[in-house]
Design a protein around this ligand. Structure first.
Ligand code: NAD
Length: 488
């Protein structure tokens, strides 16, 4: 209705330093109320074409700036986002459904830090040099930015994951065309408003909003975009590989997970239980690194379950803008239904749902009755072969099962198609070292979770991805290396 559309937030693409309207738009929902509150450009080939052209035009000047100049600009952008941290956090919470406290303490501070981190790390890379004295030769490597980078990000940690790509891409001297998730585009649009003030020249960062199949695929198929950095689902990654194959594009793929927690009988449960509740349910379980299979050694299984369920029940689910809320709304109605269907399947297979969905009742404030909420749900007595133990659910659902030996648990933990992250809990340093070594997982946290040093590689094995991101890894991905030989 007209009255309704007047109050809607309407986003515009950001191309060549200017906001430009689009001919058609997609409705975007507030997950905590179920209302349409925003309209997102439904860009396609045409818009992507203009954005890639702008990025291509901006490349010669941006790529020839010194790392120090680019570093200063990135730091300025970090300061500007930080200055508006509260507005960004509110917007992220409203758009994604996540708890405001999480957006304030995790999403936006990390987006700021992504720019600061790469502003610094770009100053410290060195290239290699070797000498062949008998031949009278020296060899050295030089690294140069690649060109226009296509960046595609998901809805779970919108600004956090988008800036984790934009920052290294432009720090290295590339220009970019970014396509955030159509479900969470607001904070990327807000960031665009700060680029000019930060000193980022027009065309260096272009943001095209829209769906994956239209805008995303146009970017993937564009011949002038030689590299694509993608974070999202394994299924979409397969499609991106297919579509980019004719161009032999360079791809970085950060995909899904089915992350195990392995808890030995000598673990410090007072640390392990609250951390594993957090690793299962943080951001509504919508983090690629979230734990969804908990293997507990038989001797402590009953005690663990009892204490784990009690701790999970302490998590408060409700209006995301309430600072005391831990679990906000899931991203969409469709996603909520999908997550719920896993719980139903588990029950049909004879598993026990110990708390949450279908067991406890959820009291929501009047304004949130139509929101996409679900309580943290713990499932026990589920078979390893069950879809709940094999497929990524990406919601507030975690499965707890018992194991007997180290050998057995390593085999079972590795028995999925994914290999992103794992946690191991034990007081025995020899054991954590042995187990960590044998897990098929790009990241292993022992006696902790989600403690990240951005210097080190991040990424998954098997169906969880190809490539790594981090100080050195992102630098290598976003630059082309050349070996030069000089003979006297
Ligand atoms: P998704 O794959 O549906 O979408 C991700 C992005 O790709 C969106 O911007 C989407 O519009 C776009 N897209 C969709 N189809 C496309 C196509 N054919 N061509 C080009 N682009 C296309 O994923 P999602 O549902 O937004 O995010 C959840 C998934 O992301 C989960 O599987 C999660 O594990 C994964 N994820 C991984 C990491 C990681 O670092 N490994 C981090 C966060 C999320």
């Amino acid at each position: 209705t007209m009255a309704h559309s007047k109050s809607l937030l309407v986003l515009e693409n950001f191309i060549g330093g200017k906001f430009v309207p689009c001919s058609s738009y997609i409705d975007s929902y507030n997950p905590s109320t179920g209302d349409v509150y925003c309209r997102v450009p439904d860009s396609g080939k045409e818009e992507v074409e203009v954005a890639v052209k702008a990025a291509k035009d901006a490349f010669p000047v941006w790529s020839s700036k010194s790392p120090l100049e680019r570093s200063q600009i990135l730091n300025k952008l970090a300061d500007l986002i930080e200055h508006d941290l509260e507005a960004f956090a509110q917007a992220e919470s409203k758009d994604q459904g996540k708890a405001i406290t999480f957006a304030r303490t995790v999403d936006i501070p990390r987006a700021v830090y992504n720019f600061r981190f790469f502003a610094s790390s770009i100053l410290h890379h060195v290239t290699e040099c070797t000498e062949m004295a008998t031949m009278g030769c020296v060899h050295y490597t030089s690294r140069a930015p690649v060109g226009v980078a296509g960046l595609i990000s998901p809805w779970n940690l919108p600004l956090y994951l988008l800036t984790w790509k934009i920052a290294p891409a432009i720090a290295c001297g590339n220009t970019v065309v970014a396509k955030p998730s159509e479900m969470t585009s607001v904070t990327a649009w807000m960031m665009c408003k700060l680029l000019e003030k930060a000193g980022i020249p027009p065309g260096v960062v272009n943001v095209v909003f829209g769906t994956g199949t239209k805008a995303g695929e146009a970017l993937v198929c564009h011949p002038d975009v030689p590299l694509i950095s993608f974070t999202g689902s394994t299924l979409t990654a397969q499609r991106i590989m297919e579509k980019s194959a004719p161009h032999c594009k360079r791809l970085s793929l950060e995909l899904g997970g089915k992350n195990p927690a392995i808890i030995f009988d000598d673990a410090d449960l007072s640390q392990c239980i609250p951390t594993t509740v957090r690793s299962s349910f943080a951001n509504q379980g919508e983090i690629c690194l979230c734990t969804s299979r908990i293997f507990v050694q038989r001797g402590i299984y009953d005690e663990f379950l009892k204490r784990f369920v009690a701790e999970a029940k302490k998590w408060k689910t409700g209006n995301p803008s309430d600072p005391t809320v831990d679990v906000g709304a899931l991203i969409s109605k469709e996603h909520l239904e999908k997550v719920r269907s896993y719980v139903k399947k588990a029950q049909a297979e004879g598993a026990r749902v110990l708390c949450g969905e279908g067991v406890d009742s959820l009291a929501l404030p009047p304004g949130n009755q139509k929101g996409y909420f679900m309580l943290p749900t713990v499932i026990a007595a589920v078979e390893d072969e069950s879809c709940c133990m094999q497929e990524e659910i990406f919601g507030p659902v975690t499965c707890v099962v018992a194991f007997d030996t180290e050998e057995e648990v390593i085999r079972r933990a590795n028995g999925v198609k994914y290999g992103l992250a794992a946690t191991v809990w034990s007081g025995n340093v020899g054991r954590v070292h042995r187990v960590a070594h044998r897990l098929q997982s790009g990241l292993v946290w022992t006696n902790c979770w989600l403690v990240r040093d951005l210097n080190l590689p991040f990424g998954g094995m098997k169906a969880s991805g190809i490539g790594r991101e981090g100080a050195k890894d992102s630098y290598e991905f976003f630059t082309e290396v050349k070996t030069i030989t000089i003979k006297h």
